[in-house]
Ligand binder design. Structure first.
Ligand code: TPP
Ligand code: MG
Length: 411
């Protein structure tokens, strides 16, 4: 026993810089592109623990695709990928503006994170099911879901596929492998594991994918999902999008002492990888690897995408209150659109002129989808879902209290 015990303390992690300071990511080790091994998919997870602490990268500074994870996509597929990311960016810009114009109450952008959802989608098969958060609209764009339907949902208009029952951007498209988004963070993680187990129970071949942000890994559902995925070796991919911020809270709070988010998988014996989330080719290669494991009954894979949320958390947020304005410029992994663009130019498949021309074409397509959506109404103008719709399609059998409310409303 110590005679003079010192007073106890606990530790609150602090971000490196605050507004007004100079952004500094020198403490973020970035391995060279091509330097991380690609193990066989049937590897014993215990032998690849180092992959949870490194970063798998394919595109180098010069724009070449290098190393063992390169080569999963043809030029044609990469050009498609570039177009998807550019479309998502333009879609975001228009919808952000629509919110400022009062046409919808709320919007959330993907700026800087476009590669994660766009590239991941291309590793899936029809029938596979994502359990996304609000920051994976690229799954829909890259999967060919009509943009007009996304906008109808954002505007809660008469053509809103969800009939005004969900917050704007909380899409749901079963036939596109996009499970209804829940505003209650991380609930979708356990659902993904359960869906994967159900798929196996049915003897089906479809896999599930859970998505969570860095901040939301702090929810207990995250850990419960890992227990089930690990014990039952569920055919599931568990994605963590580490975009450095959870609204105003920096990633160090949720990460705590584990070193990386991927490393959370190690204690569960789950294969855990970290990947450059701003590298379309690396995201696709890792997604394919994880999907093959799930499809071959080799168990779950936990993947951390290292990226950066360039925009505000949502239209209700102002990041200048908690981080330096220039922080995104200092982010060492660059911009996913520019990196793939430069790679394709280097391969002689693309040019600055074609890029500009495509930007203009995409803008035109997005604007014309927007006009069509707006002809069906926006938040305060034009067509709306009927009040009756509010009561339908949620319960198989309407509970008595809702039946009473509906009678009262006379619909
Ligand atoms: C259970 C729960 N807690 C808190 C919130 C409020 N909330 C909405 S988004 C968010 C931040 C999430 O950050 P992160 O998981 O890193 O995802 P990101 O927004 O960065 O993509 C919080 C705290 C919520 N919606 N649900
Ligand atoms: Mg985050």
């Amino acid at each position: 026993m110590t005679d003079n015990p010192s007073p106890l303390k606990f530790h609150v992690p602090e971000p490196e810089v605050r507004p007004g300071g100079t952004p500094d990511f020198s403490n973020v080790p970035i391995p060279k592109a091509g330097s991380v091994d690609r193990p066989p998919v049937d590897v014993d997870p215990r032998t690849i623990r180092d992959l949870a602490y490194s970063i798998i990268r394919v595109l180098n500074r010069e724009g070449d695709a290098v190393g063992p994870w390169a080569g999963t996509l043809t030029d044609e597929e990469q050009l498609d990928g570039l177009r998807h990311m550019m479309t998502l960016r333009t879609f975001d810009a228009r919808m952000q503006m629509a919110q400022r114009q009062g046409k919808t109450s709320f919007y959330m952008q993907h700026m800087g994170e476009e590669a994660v959802s766009c590239a991941f989608r291309k590793a899936l098969n029809p029938g596979d099911m994502n359990f996304p958060t609000y920051r994976q609209a690229g799954l829909l764009i890259a999967g060919g879901y009509p943009m007009v339907d996304m906008m109808n949902q954002i505007y809660s208009n008469e053509k809103d596929p969800l009939k005004g029952r969900q917050l704007p951007i909380m899409y749901s498209a079963k036939e596109h492998g996009f499970f209804s988004i829940s505003g209650n963070l991380t609930t979708q993680y356990i659902q993904a594991v359960g869906w994967a187990m159900a798929s196996a129970i049915k003897g089906d071949t479809k896999i599930a994918v859970g998505w969570v942000g860095d901040g939301a890994t702090a929810e207990s559902d995250f850990h419960a999902a890992l227990v089930f995925a690990s014990t039952y070796k569920a055919p599931v991919i568990l994605n963590i999008v580490n975009n450095q911020w959870a609204i105003s809270t920096f990633q160090g709070i949720a990460r705590g002492g584990s070193g990386t988010f991927a490393a959370r998988g190690l204690g569960f014996g789950i294969a855990a990888l970290r990947v450059d989330g701003n590298d379309y080719l690396a995201v696709h290669a890792v997604a394919k690897w994880a999907a093959e494991r799930a499809r071959s009954n080799l168990g779950p894979t936990l993947v951390e995408y290292v990226t950066y949320r360039v925009g505000a958390h949502s239209t209700s947020d102002d990041p200048s209150a908690y981080r330096p304005k220039t922080e995104s410029d200092a982010w060492p992994l660059g911009d996913p659109v520019i990196r793939l663009k430069n790679h394709l130019i280097r391969r002689g498949q693309w040019s600055d002129e074609r890029h500009k021309q495509t930007e203009a074409e995409i803008l035109e397509t997005v604007i014309s989808a927007q006009k069509e959506a707006e002809s069906h109404g926006t938040l305060h103008a034009g067509g709306k879902p009927s009040t009756r719709d509010m009561f339908e399609g949620v319960y198989a059998e309407m509970p008595p209290h809702l039946r009473r409310q509906r009678q009262k409303a006379g619909v």
